[in-house]
Design a protein around this ligand. Structure first.
Ligand code: BES
Ligand code: MN
Ligand code: ZN
Length: 496
């Protein structure tokens, strides 16, 4: 059952039937009776019995506390107050949401002793709750019958000294939560339900937030000469789309910030067909496009002061009688020709036309693409870092810092002339695969041939967009990776 959190902020909260969550810091237990939620000192006693010291991410759960007006009291450990960073508040929020379990009323005491609280921290706590609360269960029909309600509403009151400040900061937090959860949803949806046309329709819905959305059809792409993208699409019964999402949040004359996403709604590999094991995971091969769409949602919903454009290339890679073959040579929109070596290296073919289109049409100030591009990035980095490839040290530095702040981490990988040579082709300008060695790097070199001198970064998110281990703030297969990272980047460097 998924829960919808109705979050309000207050200076005090009446003890209601439901659950109280107190935030607790390491080694700093309040004396018995000191807390309004713990008049009889039950919590101090329980902490002693359970040897709970408030270590980060530890939770003390007390059921039906004697003498307390609450059904349960959960105490969330925060660790050492001095060491707390923004992400710790997200994790604490995630633990709060987990502690709520089936309760439909919850009171969260956000002001922890020894911590200087502000609106930002409280909002991050709430954000962590909203991220943790997301679950993808709309196809579980049995569960639905039992609960006979699709979504349960949980009323959460967050108690804090300055509720007005928290409420103000919460507007942006909610925008982030909805953007991340939208990206997760798009990744989780099955490929029979979410094809290129349906994905484009989801992008179009951002118009409700004031985003201008333009959809390019096959006909438009033919006119533009997008032979690389169309070559991938031709083996599928589902027609391709490109969605262009434009958020004009700034009056500045500055050129736009552009985000480009790989949106392969299913990747069979095409004629170079993939083995059967885990092929179902390839419904997530649109994780880049999902992150871009989620990010555009977030930027618009929080009215970010930025001129930002999201461009997603949406295709399905299938092996029918009209599918492209290894040996085919296609002409990209840039005019450069590509020899197809492996039809499973399709993401770069989609992106090269989308990147070229982005650059030609919008002359971006910076351009960042996200793509579940290579299995090789999983071999190199697992699912703890996404691969960062960048032709500009300043942009790379900004992205690495945003990765640390958001804990959506990046690891920089090399680009060079020597790696670039590997994708030269005997018959065309380049080939779409350089073979197994340095697979993620040669894929990035391929993209680099389509961005010219635009400050550009490519994030290979094949390891991080889906199937990551669950965490305090994520229990979903589709992680929504990239939305918080790039929202952070925009906030820090590209607004005004
Ligand atoms: N979508 C895959 C990459 C991928 C693999 C994403 C695992 C998520 C999890 C991509 O289109 C692909 O098939 N890449 C090939 C490239 C090769 C044929 C040059 C790969 O990585 O094997
Ligand atoms: Mn592929
Ligand atoms: Zn792919």
């Amino acid at each position: 059952m998924s829960a919808k959190y109705q979050i309000t902020f207050a200076k005090n909260a009446r003890a209601d039937e439901g659950l109280a969550i107190l935030l607790k810091l390491a080694g700093d237990l309040p004396p018995a009776g000191a807390s309004t939620a713990d008049p009889a000192g039950v919590f101090a006693k329980a902490a002693g019995v359970a040897e709970f010291s408030g270590k980060a991410t530890s939770v003390l759960d007390i059921v039906a506390p004697h003498g307390s007006p609450f059904d349960r009291i959960a105490v969330i450990g925060l660790g050492k107050p001095a060491a707390l960073v923004a992400h710790d508040w997200l994790r604490a929020g995630g633990l709060c949401a987990a502690a709520i379990k089936t309760a439909s009323v919850a009171v969260v005491h956000a002001d922890a002793p020894g911590v200087e609280m502000d609106g930002e921290k409280v909002a991050n706590l709430a954000l962590g709750m909203l991220l943790r609360a997301y679950s993808f269960d709309q196809y579980k029909t049995k569960k639905k019958d039992e609960d006979d309600k699709e979504v349960k509403t949980v009323n959460v009151t967050i108690v804090t000294a300055d509720p007005a400040a928290a409420k103000a900061a919460f507007v942006a937090a909610q925008a982030v939560a909805n953007g991340v959860n939208l990206a997760r949803e798009l990744v989780n949806l099955p490929p029979n339900v979410l094809g290129p046309v349906e994905f484009a329709a989801r992008a179009k819905e951002l118009e409700n937030l004031g985003v201008e959305v333009e959809i390019l059809t096959e006909k438009d792409m033919k006119k533009l000469g997008m032979g690389a993208l169309l070559g991938v699409a031709q083996g599928s019964a589902k027609p391709p789309r490109i969605a262009v999402m434009h958020w004009k949040g700034s009056k500045s004359k500055e050129q736009p910030v552009v985000f480009v996403g790989k949106g392969v709604t299913f990747d069979t590999g095409g004629i170079s067909i993939k083995p059967g094991a885990s092929m179902e995971d390839m419904k997530g091969d649109m994780g880049g496009a999902a992150a871009v769409t989620g990010l555009m949602h977030t930027l618009a919903a929080r009215k970010a002061k930025v001129n930002a454009i999201g461009i997603i290339g949406l295709v399905e890679n299938m092996p029918d009688g009209n599918a492209q073959r290894p040996g085919d040579i296609v002409t990209s929109m840039s005019g450069q020709t590509i020899e197809i070596i492996n039809t499973d290296a399709e993401g770069r073919l989609v992106l090269c036309d989308a990147l070229w289109y982005a650059r030609e049409t919008y002359k971006p100030r910076i351009m960042i693409n996200l793509a579940t591009l290579t299995g090789a990035i999983l071999v190199a980095l697992g699912n703890l870092h996404a691969g960062l490839f960048c032709n500009n040290d300043e942009l790379a530095g900004q992205l690495l810092a945003a990765g640390e702040d958001s804990q959506e981490k990046l690891w920089r990988m090399p680009l060079s002339k020597e790696y670039d040579k590997i994708i030269d082709s005997r018959f065309a300008d380049m080939k779409n695969s350089g073979g197994r060695h340095a697979g993620s790097i040669t894929a990035a070199q391929f993209l680099a041939r389509f961005v010219g001198d635009t400050p550009w970064a490519h994030l290979d998110i094949a390891g991080t967009a889906m199937g990551s281990p669950s965490s305090e703030i994520n229990q979903s297969w589709g992680s929504g990776y990239g939305v918080r990272l790039l929202d952070q980047l925009v906030r820090t460097h590209y607004e005004a």
